[in-house]
Design a protein. Structure first.
Length: 284
């Protein structure tokens, strides 16, 4: 296995500070995630071209548009794109709806086409590309409807590209309503990733402590919604404002406060469903 250099392209605020990674070896480059907006995808393609090495493959960690939208602008059609079957299926099923939802906001910066990963890889399986070993781990629903992380080994080094399983320096996206599964996933992967540098989908790289910080954030978010919702499947506007204030105090350096209120109703509905299920179990 050969050594690699990791080049990071980070979008500005309109692109939600999304990270794309270019892993450079002597043989070529491997891309992990492809950013959200056309301008960022084009800038990422320029960054790739400046390396003067061929793109050998691309990987997508999960099916949110800020991680797959840029694929058609960066990855030639003859270059393979890898993902778990669950990630690919969700991209195929959601890409058009996401465009209809967000293109009115972003205009021509939202891509008019998308690409579904066609090389499906089972959890725990690895592929050898450009002297690197890349192993994909399927997590299931967590931050998104289908999450995964990728462990890269080369030149005696090991690094994990964790998508949005932990956010660095920004508030979390919780609108898919899987916060309970997300907490369980963080507990499961902590042992595997201990001692491994973590490269997140947003924010700077870090250590295993990122997972614990994300866990604490999710616990605070859920407890605050439980208090404000009182069992209701949605929050009032006033309650969302209080939630945002609470989480801003909890994470004072985190960016994108608008994400806090965005996910409130999804998590309130999730917690209400958990309460109903607990009541049914108690009555049996």
């Amino acid at each position: 296995m050969t050594d690699f250099q990791c080049h990071v392209y980070t979008a500005a605020e309109p692109g939600i500070f999304a990270n794309s990674y270019l892993l450079e070896t002597g043989d070529g480059v491997v891309l992990i995630d492809a950013n959200l907006l056309v301008a960022d995808a084009e800038a990422l393609a320029a960054r790739l071209a400046a390396l003067r090495k061929p793109l050998l493959a691309a990987f997508v960690t999960h099916p949110h548009p800020d991680h797959f939208n840029g694929l058609p602008y960066v990855v030639p059609e003859n270059v393979p794109v890898y993902a778990t079957a669950a990630v690919a299926k969700e991209i195929e099923q959601s890409a058009v709806a996401k465009r209809e939802q967000w293109q009115p906001v972003y205009g021509d910066q939202w891509p008019d086409r998308y690409r579904v990963p066609e090389h499906l890889i089972a959890t725990g399986d690895g592929v050898d590309i450009g002297g690197l070993r890349l192993t994909v781990h399927d997590i299931g629903p967590a931050e998104s409807h289908a999450d995964s992380y990728i462990v890269v080994q080369g030149g005696g080094r090991r690094a994990a590209f964790i998508g949005d399983l932990a956010f660095g320096s920004m508030h979390a996206y919780l609108s898919d309503g899987h916060s309970g599964h997300w907490l369980a996933a963080l507990d499961r992967i902590a042992h595997d990733l201990a001692g491994t540098p973590l490269w997140p989908g947003h924010g700077p790289s870090g250590s295993i402590s990122m997972l614990e910080a994300q866990r604490q954030y999710l616990l605070m978010y859920r407890e605050t919604i439980k208090r404000l919702a009182c069992g209701a499947p949605a929050l009032t506007d006033a309650s969302k404002q209080e939630l945002t204030r609470t989480m801003a105090q909890f994470s004072p350096d985190a960016r994108l406060e608008w994400l806090v209120g965005l996910g409130a109703d999804a998590v309130a509905a999730e917690l209400a469903a958990e309460d109903r299920a607990s009541t049914r179990r108690a009555q049996q």
